[in-house]
Design a protein around this ligand. Structure first.
Ligand SMILES: O=C(O)CCC(=O)C(=O)O
Ligand SMILES: [Fe+2]
Length: 977
């Protein structure tokens, strides 16, 4: 009896959520990190839509669950029954001739039980780790085979040492079973289906107890062979056979399960995806570990578990010996023990049923179900054995009710504690208490006191009564916490939907703390307000300037932890749109809506807010239709967006023109586009119509498709291109590299997040010591293209270790690095280019080019999606190598008005710089591709200059494209010069 469910340390069903969640977040190009489930879905062409269809099919789901119940569950339950019987084999043997045959003492017998749990405690984690890393079912089957063999070997032992060693290894090999099975249950069943299956496991102990009893009753009939040996050999033999059954039939994973069809497997994967509703967290959070150790609830549970298992350790090993003292015949002892298993099934089923039916009754049931244990022990201890045999026996039957309290306590960390790390830490602490209790328990039963064991009975009584007190304490703690939480909630003006009573067993320390903290912060925030702000009390109309009411620091309102938890929660929930529609998420939805309003459109949504801000809000919210309506309104009003807004709108739309996929031969064949692309293009069209003049060119090719491809502007000479890329690949280009590469150095490094816009990667700026060069010759041929002399750019770019940075920004897929050129080089290039640059724009004089060059390399697949360039100040460098972002004179600031592109090679296919203008036909953009010519420069307006042009670096189809991109600088203010 007794040693019921082994504690499922670390078996939180959420443990493998990392597994499925990974499958959810697959971005193109991450093929390496695809997990097996996702790979399976892809391999068999199961689309998300189809998965959803399957998930919605109630009948299919029902049939599937029944199949798992028939195919997988019996294997798990069978193992559990055997595990129980095998663990108990020693106590069955003890009833017969174990003591007499081996000469062991009762104290030594007590040690067998303890040794088992020492091994159990030590082996649990390594096994589970191995099982997770390898094939779980095979690890389990291997362990079952091994412990079966250990039982067989036990039969061959003849002294304490041998038996103790066997006991130890039995503990080692039984250790992984419960945890692994809980993981399997969470793999095959969704959460709502799990408690019932867990119930089946717990009952297996009772079933095991009955079968074990019957079995040893049968074996006990033998009189030609030592019965205790026969017990071990029978149990061992059956277990070994079962081990083979597991090897053959227990699936390692959903994907490798043989009895399930492809469709069933897809449905299983879908269900697993849906079941992972918890907060995903792979990282260990130290504050949660600390919190687990400081949380009285964890320690109360630990104490409860310890006491419970002390009882278990005693009853499981000595219960039968107590009956043995009652009747003299070992066979009768065994037979009389059998109903105890049935009682155990009754206790567990009734207790868990009550706890699930009566709201917030868990701690009450935990307390009540200790009463039969107290009564039963008292009966066994105090009743006169001669005259009240039945009463003693009845005491023995009912004593097992404490197991129900264990089953309920086991579920508490998972339901009551917030935070994954906190939960597994708490589980580990409680699991240790479980083992320690079982190690201590048997030692309360002193050999000298057999068969009454008064000390053992007193210990059991003491433990049960203390447990009751602990359960009451636990309940009080939870009630107090809920009360605190609700007060905190009320203080921050929340509407509490559940009363404190209803929430008793759902307490979450973190949430409570968060709420009371946030109430406190709310008070702080009030205190943080500028003194002159009038008190809000009694003032129903908010002050006109809402911003004045805002506290200055984020931390006044929320802590870093809260931000982190919120982020994780929202990220996890975002993966399951259908779940976010559930009733439980209602408040969250309202809060998120308000939050979005505040972030994106916020005050701007108010009546009369400016159009630009409303359009920005609509675009961020992906309300495409609304954005188009607002843009149309802007057009009617004749308003123009600010360049910053315009750049951001276009950048956020992140439109892929698709032109790179369209070889010239198919120039005018409309591309097939997805509905989403069409939508984005229609918004882009609307954006351009408020910012860029309509293209009225009579030569423009008309088209009904959203992008009308115009003829390529091709000035490439007919001569074969210089094989620049080839010389990079074979390194022959290095012949042109500077003789002293050490002259190139990094002068600045901007971390990715600080870049504007932020980037996944840092920006690294290189500088090259100036070299004396003769003054440049005057331009040879006046043309819109200007061949440049072999520039130091090529030397820097093509250095063997030239750090080409991969830019993680969504739309810039070219590799690039930054290079601040020296003034000599700048002056030379400026002298070459300035004759072709508008010398004055809006009265502002042209001053030079930005010395901060960006060098790009596009390989096939890389493109720079549709965008409008922003303006940059001229960067420079101080004599001590300090990088200066804006080096223009303070009293005569400069900013760029033209983009400057220098094509460094041209032996590639595709890779045009394509410009877009709104066509006469509404909904169509004319695309003008310019074919790069090596050594030539393209300049076009950007920033605040009139006519900032939408353009893209169209994808390269073959080869590699190298360019330098910088800006042409102008005075910010018009001058009278
Ligand atoms: O690569 C191109 O042709 C265009 C590059 C570009 O648009 C930019 O750097 O802003
Ligand atoms: Fe650009």
């Amino acid at each position: 009896m007794g040693a019921s469910a082994d504690y499922k340390a670390g078996t939180d069903p959420e443990k493998d959520e990392t597994y499925m969640a990974k499958a959810e977040s697959i971005a193109v190009g991450e093929v390496d990190s695809l997990d097996a489930a996702e790979a399976f879905l892809r391999e068999h062409n199961f689309s998300n839509e189809y998965l959803h269809e399957l998930l919605e099919d109630k009948e299919k789901n029902r049939r599937l669950v029944r199949k798992i119940d028939m195919v997988v569950l019996p294997l798990l339950a069978g193992t559990y029954v055997l595990q129980y019987i095998d663990k108990q084999a020693m106590s069955y043997a003890a009833v017969f001739d174990l003591f007499t045959s081996t000469g062991i003492s009762q104290t030594q017998y007590s040690w067998f039980a303890s040794i088992f749990y020492f091994a159990y405690l030590g082996a649990e984690y390594p096994w589970v780790y191995l099982a997770q890393k390898t094939r779980m079912a095979k690890v389990v089957a291997g362990c079952v085979l091994s412990w079966g063999s250990v039982l067989m070997v036990t039969a061959a032992c003849s002294n304490f040492g041998g038996l103790a060693a066997c006991r130890f290894f039995l503990g080692v090999f039984e250790a992984p079973v419960t945890t692994c099975f809980m993981m399997m249950v969470s793999m095959w069943y969704i959460r709502s289906e799990q408690p019932f299956r867990a119930g089946i496991f717990y009952c297996c102990n009772g079933v095991g107890s009955m079968i074990g009893g019957l079995l040893s009753y049968g074996i006990g009939q033998i009189d030609t062979f030592p019965v205790w040996k026969a017990v071990f050999m029978t149990c061992g033999g059956a277990t070994i056979l079962w081990g083979f059954v597991l090897f053959a039939f227990l699936p390692d994973s959903i994907m490798s399960a043989r009895n399930f069809t492809l469709e069933e497997k897809a449905l299983l994967i879908g269900r697993a995806k849906l079941a992972q509703t918890g907060v995903l967290s792979k990282s260990i959070k130290w504050y949660q570990i600390k919190e687990a150790f400081l949380d009285p609830q964890v320690w109360l549970l630990t104490l409860f578990m310890l006491l419970n298992e002390v009882i278990n350790g005693g009853i499981a090993n000595f219960g039968k010996l107590i009956i043995k003292g009652l009747v003299s015949d070992p066979l009768l002892t065994t037979a009389l023990g059998i109903p105890q298993g049935a009682f155990q099934v009754f206790w567990i089923l009734s207790g868990t049923f009550l706890a699930s039916k009566l709201p917030n009754s868990r701690t009450i049931v935990m307390t009540m179900y200790l009463v039969p244990t107290v009564i039963g022990t008292s009966l066994m201890w105090k009743l006169d054995r001669e005259h009240h045999k039945i009463g003693v026996l009845f005491g023995y039957y009912i004593v097992g009710s404490f197991v129900t309290s264990l089953v309920l306590a086991l579920q508490m960390p998972a339901t009551n504690l917030g935070g994954y790390t906190k939960r597994i830490t708490a589980s580990a602490i409680v699991f240790t208490a479980y083992c320690v209790g079982n190690i201590i328990g048997p030692h309360a039963f002193l050999a000298s006191e057999a068969p009454l064991y008064p000390t053992g009975c007193i210990v059991i009584l003491a433990c049960s009564v203390t447990q009751m007190a602990v359960a009451v304490g636990l309940r009080m703690l939870l009630i107090a916490r809920n009360k605190r939480r609700d007060e905190a909630a009320a203080a921050i003006g929340e509407v509490e939907v559940t009363g404190p009573e209803e929430a008793i067993d759902r307490t979450d320390f973190e949430i409570t703390m968060a709420k009371s903290k946030s109430a406190k912060r709310k008070r702080n925030a009030q205190a943080d307000l500028p003194k002159k702000v009038p008190k809000a009390a009694g003032n129903l109309t908010p002050p006109p300037d809402g911003a004045a009411l805002e506290p200055k620091h984020l931390k006044t309102i929320v802590s870093d932890e809260e931000l982190e938890i919120t982020l994780e929660t929202l990220t996890s929930l975002a993966q399951y749109p259908s779940l976010t529609k559930s009733k439980a998420c209602k408040d969250l939805r309202v809060a998120v809506y308000d939050f979005r309003q505040a972030c994106t459109t916020g005050l701007n949504t108010a009546e009369g807010a400016n159009l630009t801000a409303r359009i920005t809000g609509a675009l961020v919210d992906e309300k495409w239709l609304e954005a188009r309506i607002l843009l149309a309104e802007m057009r009617i009003r004749g308003e123009q967006p600010k360049i910053g807004a315009l750049c951001r709108w276009v950048r956020d739309l992140d439109v892929v023109s698709g032109l790179s996929t369209q070889p010239e031969a198919l120039d005018h064949v409309p591309l097939e586009r997805s509905a989403k692309d069409m939508e984005l293009l229609s918004v882009l069209d609307a954006v351009l119509r408020v910012s860029t003049p309509i293209d009225t060119s009579p030569d423009a090719v008309d088209s009904t498709s959203p992008i009308a491809f115009q003829s390529i502007w091709d000035l490439r000479p007919a001569t074969p291109p210089l094989p620049v890329y080839a010389s990079v690949l074979d390194k022959s280009i290095l012949a042109h590299a500077p003789k002293s590469p050490s002259a190139i150095r990094i002068i600045d490094r901007t971390p990715g997040p600080l870049r504007k816009p932020p980037n996944h990667h840092a920006a690294i700026l290189y500088y090259h010591r100036p070299e004396r060069r003769p003054a440049p010759p005057p331009p040879a041929r006046p043309s819109h293209t200007t061949p440049t002399p072999p520039s130091p750019a090529s030397s820097v770019n093509f250095l063997p270790d030239a750090p080409l940075r991969e830019d993680g920004d969504m739309s810039i897929l070219a590799h690039n690095f930054y290079w601040v050129v020296d003034t000599t080089f700048h002056d030379m290039l400026w002298a070459r280019i300035s004759p072709y640059v508008p010398p004055v724009v809006n009265g502002c004089l042209a001053r030079g080019i930005n010395r901060r060059f960006r060098v790009y390399r596009y390989v096939p697949g890389a493109e720079y999606r549709c965008h409008i360039d922003g303006a940059w100040p001229p960067s420079g460098i101080l004599p001590d190598d300090t990088y200066v972002y804006d080096s223009s004179p303070e009293d005569k600031r400069q900013s760029s008005m033209y983009t400057f592109l220098l094509y460094l090679n041209d032996e590639f296919e595709g890779g045009e710089t394509t410009f877009f203008m709104p066509a006469a036909r509404e909904g169509t953009l004319n695309a003008y591709p310019v074919r790069p010519v090596m050594g030539s420069v393209a300049i076009f307006p950007h920033g605040e200059s009139n006519g900032a042009l939408l353009h893209e670096g169209t994808g390269v189809r073959k080869g590699a494209k190298y360019i330098i991109r910088t800006d042409v600088e102008y005075d910010v203010k018009p001058s009278k010069e």
